[in-house]
Design a protein around this ligand. Structure first.
Ligand code: ZN
Length: 181
């Protein structure tokens, strides 16, 4: 089966890929989402690290518009090496000077059993991850840890303003994580 076939037919599970429909949506939306006059450097000089959770719309939640901020997302909004890579490039190439680390309620990475995940992955795919899974038990503790790591990282400008928050997916409200102490 070719890649194209795999992408256009329903699988045994009944799953149907959305790519064709999404590409059509794009043709309809292109004129309204185009940003011909917007510069690449985020105008608020802010970068946001948050989770990929489908319930979170970071721009809407923070009242941001396109062009104002970088948004770096991964499973959990975890400060991985790749998140540091993106934040470093955000600062050095595109001038951001403020970082918001935002975890959220109901995150799948909170309380995830890493050894069970690894065993399950081995059963399904025959491999174990050679990367840190990044699960955490307490979102606030993980945010505080990320802030400490950012403040200590040689790749992050020392005068960066770093703040941490937990976003409640039920209320839409952001609650600041107080510093450790
Ligand atoms: Zn999450």
């Amino acid at each position: 089966m070719s890649q194209h076939d795999a992408g256009s037919k329903a699988g045994a599970s009944g799953f149907r890929p959305s790519a064709d429909e999404l590409a059509e949506h794009n043709r309809q939306a292109a004129a309204t989402v185009a940003t011909p006059g917007v510069a690449a450097p985020p105008s608020r000089q802010v970068a946001i690290l948050t989770c990929m959770d489908a319930r979170i719309d970071p721009l809407a939640a923070l009242g941001l518009t396109v062009g104002e901020a970088h948004v770096i997302r991964n499973a959990g909004g975890v400060l991985t090496d790749d998140a540091i890579r993106s934040l470093c490039i955000s600062q050095q190439a595109l001038g951001t000077r403020e970082i918001l680390v935002i975890h959220h309620s109901g995150c799948g990475m909170c309380g995830l059993d890493e050894s069970a995940f690894s065993d399950d992955l081995h059963d399904r795919l025959g491999v174990r991850p050679d990367w840190p899974i990044g699960a955490f038990d307490d979102p606030a503790d993980d945010v505080r840890s990320a802030i400490s790591q950012l403040q200590a990282s040689p790749f992050i400008e020392h005068d960066t303003a770093v703040r941490g928050f937990i976003y409640d997916v039920g209320t839409g409200l952001l609650n600041e994580v107080p510093p450790a102490g």
